[in-house]
Design a protein around this ligand. Structure first.
Ligand code: HEM
Length: 481
C-alpha cells in the first residue's frame, strides 16, 4: 500500500503550539510538588555542578558515571529548583522503580515529550495508561511478533541491495532508514521510505528537538527557538500524515498490521478514539524506531573494533544459517547473535537514563525521599559499573552465554537493578520482544555476508539525545566477508 503525499503547505505554527501545550498540560494524575524544607539530603553535587553535569552538551552520561562512583547508593541535588535524587545502587533502584513503581509518575522529560506523543503509552499515567496498555498489548503477542519477523527479514534483505563493496556511508542514518521501514511496514502497512520520505525528516526534527526537553523539562516549549519551530512543524506534518493513514485504515478494514489492531481493540465495547490511536501510533514510531537503529549501529561499531568477536559471531551464522534467510524459528539457535546485541545494549544502552517523580514519600536506604521529588537512574552508569560487571568496559558477548550454551540475561551474574535496558514493571518496554527479534534477525541477515569497518579516526563519542547516539553519525566502509 502507498500513502498520499504529505501536505506541502506550511503548517499553522500557532495552532501546533496550542495543541502541543494542551497535550503537555494534560496529566492523568495530579503532579505533587516538593515544597517541604525538612527533607532528606544525602550527600551530592552542588546545584551548579548538577546543572552543568546534566545540561552541558554531551556531559550527562559521564556525569551519571561520576555520581555512581562517588555516591554508591544515592546522591541528592537541587536541579532547576527541584529536589532530585540520583539512584546509584541496584537495590535502591529496585525499591523505587519496582517496589514503589505504582507510587511514581514519569519525570520531567517525558512530561515534555507529551507535546509530541500526547497521551500515548510512554507518557500517559494511572488508569488511562493501564487500560491503553491492555488494549495495545495484543499487537505485541508472540504470534504477531512472528508475523512481523518475516517483514523484518525481507526488509533487511531488500535494504541489503543498496550495500556494495567499498561504499562509505553513515551507518547510523542507514540503520535508521531500515528500522523506519520496518516500523512503517509492521505498524502502518506502508512503505515510509518511498512516498512519505518526509516522515524521516520530521522524526529527525522531533527527536533532535526533544533531546533538550528531556533534560530541561516542558517549560522550554514556550521559548521561541528555531528548534522549537522545526519540532512543531514536524509534529503538525506527522499529525496530518498519521490521521490520513488512520482514515485509510478505517475505510479498508483489517490490514494485518499493528494499526489495524489498535483500531479494532475494545474493552467492554469501548475502543480507542482517533486522538488516542494517533498518540499510540506516534509513540510506537518514536519509541520503536531510533532505539533499535542505535542498537544495531553500536553493534556494527563494536564488531568492527573487535574482529575476534566478529569471527565468533560469523562461526555461528555460518553453522546455523549457511547462507539461508533467517526466520523467527532460528532465534533460539542464534545465542551468539543475541549475545552480541545484548553486549552492545549493555555498553551503549539506547535508553540511557530513566526518571520518575514520586507520588508519595518513599523510604530508600534509610532516607525518606519526599512526594514530589524527582528520582532517576542511569542505565549507562549501572551497565558500565565495575561493581557489578567483570571487565565492565570490555566488549565480551560471551558473558551472556550460560553453561548450556544458551543465551541468558542472567548469565553474567549481575544483581537485579544493574541491568535494565527496557525498564521495569508495568512501565516496562512493550516493544522489548519486538526489539530483540528485530535486532537479532537483522544482524543475522546482514552479518552473514558483510563485515562493515569503522572509518579510521571517526569520532564515536556517545552523545545523549532522546537515545544515546553519536555527534556525527557512524562513518563506516562496507566490506564483504
Ligand atoms: C533496543 C530497543 C529498545 C529499547 C532499549 C527500549 C527501551 C525502553 C525503555 C527503557 C522503556 C521504559 C521507559 C520508562 O519507563 O520511562 C520503554 C518503554 C516503551 N517502549 Fe521501548 N525500547 C526499545 C524498543 C521499542 C520498540 C521496538 C517499541 C515498539 C515497536 C517500543 C515501544 C515502547 C513503548 C510503547 C513504551 C512505553 C511502555 C509503557 O509505559 O507502557 N520500544 N522502552
Amino acid at each position: 500500500m502507498t500513502i498520499a503525499e504529505p501536505d506541502s503547505a506550511t503548517p499553522d505554527i500557532k495552532a501546533a503550539a496550542r495543541l502541543a501545550q494542551e497535550r503537555v498540560s494534560h496529566s492523568d494524575v495530579p503532579i505533587p510538588h516538593d515544597r517541604r524544607r525538612d527533607i532528606a539530603r544525602p550527600p551530592g553535587p552542588s546545584p551548579l555542578r548538577a546543572l552543568r553535569g546534566m545540561a552541558a552538551p554531551g556531559a550527562a552520561p559521564w556525569f551519571m558515571i561520576g555520581l555512581e562512583r562517588t555516591y554508591p547508593v544515592m546522591a541528592h541535588m537541587r536541579l532547576m529548583g527541584e529536589h532530585a535524587y540520583a539512584l546509584t545502587d541496584p537495590a535502591a533502584i529496585v525499591e523505587v522503580f519496582i517496589d514503589h513503581g505504582r507510587q511514581t509518575m514519569k519525570g520531567r522529560g517525558l512530561q515534555g515529550a507529551k507535546a509530541v506523543l500526547g497521551n500515548g503509552l510512554l507518557t500517559s499515567e494511572g488508569e488511562v495508561h493501564l487500560r491503553n496498555r491492555r488494549l495495545v498489548q495484543p499487537a505485541f503477542h508472540r504470534d504477531r511478533i512472528a508475523a512481523y519477523a518475516a517483514d523484518m527479514v525481507s526488509l533487511a534483505e531488500a535494504h541489503e541491495a543498496s550495500w556494495s563493496e567499498g561504499r562509505t556511508f553513515d551507518m547510523q542514518a542507514d540503520m535508521a532508514a531500515l528500522t523506519l521501514a520496518i516500523v512503517g511496514r509492521t505498524l502502518f502497512g506502508v512503505d515510509l521510505r518511498g512516498d512519505a520520505r518526509e516522515v524521516g525528516d520530521a522524526l529527525e526534527a522531533l527527536l533532535s528537538g526533544m533531546g533538550t526537553r528531556l533534560l530541561l523539562g516542558p517549560q522550554v516549549l514556550r521559548i521561541p527557538t528555531p528548534a522549537r519551530r522545526r519540532a512543531l512543524e514536524a509534529s503538525a506534518r506527522m499529525d496530518a500524515m498519521v490521521q490520513r493513514i488512520i482514515d485509510e485504515h478505517r475505510a479498508m478494514g483489517d490490514n494485518g498490521d499493528m494499526l489495524s489492531m489498535l483500531l479494532a481493540a475494545q474493552e467492554e465495547g469501548v475502543g480507542l478514539d482517533d486522538a488516542q490511536v494517533r498518540d499510540e501510533a506516534m509513540t510506537l514510531v518514536m519509541a520503536g524506531h531510533e532505539t533499535t537503529a542505535m542498537t544495531l549501529t553500536w553493534t556494527w561499531m563494536l564488531l568492527s573494533q573487535h574482529p575476534e568477536r566478529a569471527e565468533w559471531l560469523h562461526e555461528e551464522l555460518d553453522a546455523v544459517l549457511a547462507g539461508r534467510t533467517p526466520t523467527m524459528a532460528d532465534m533460539a539457535s542464534l545465542p551468539r547473535t543475541r549475545a552480541v546485541v545484548a553486549e552492545a545494549i549493555r555498553l551503549y544502552p539506547p535508553a540511557w537514563i530513566q526518571g520518575r517523580r514520586l507520588l508519595a514519600d518513599v523510604e530508600v536506604a534509610g532516607w525518606t525521599i519526599p512526594a514530589g521529588a524527582l528520582t532517576f537512574a542511569s542505565q549507562f552508569a549501572l551497565h558500565r559499573s565495575p561493581r557489578w560487571w567483570e571487565s565492565s568496559l570490555a566488549f565480551r558477548p560471551q558473558r551472556w552465554i550460560d553453561a548450556d550454551g544458551a543465551f541468558s540475561e542472567d548469565a553474567p551474574g549481575q544483581p537485579r537493578g544493574a541491568w535494565f535496558p527496557f525498564g521495569w514493571g508495568n512501565r516496562r518496554c512493550i516493544g522489548e520482544q519486538f526489539a530483540w527479534t528485530e535486532a537479532t534477525l537483522v544482524l543475522a541477515t546482514l552479518a552473514q555476508r558483510w563485515a562493515p569497518q569503522l572509518m579510521p579516526g571517526a569520532d564515536v563519542t556517545p552523545m545523549p539525545a532522546v537515545t544515546l547516539r553519536t555527534r556525527n553519525g557512524m562513518p563506516m566502509v562496507l566490506r564483504r566477508r
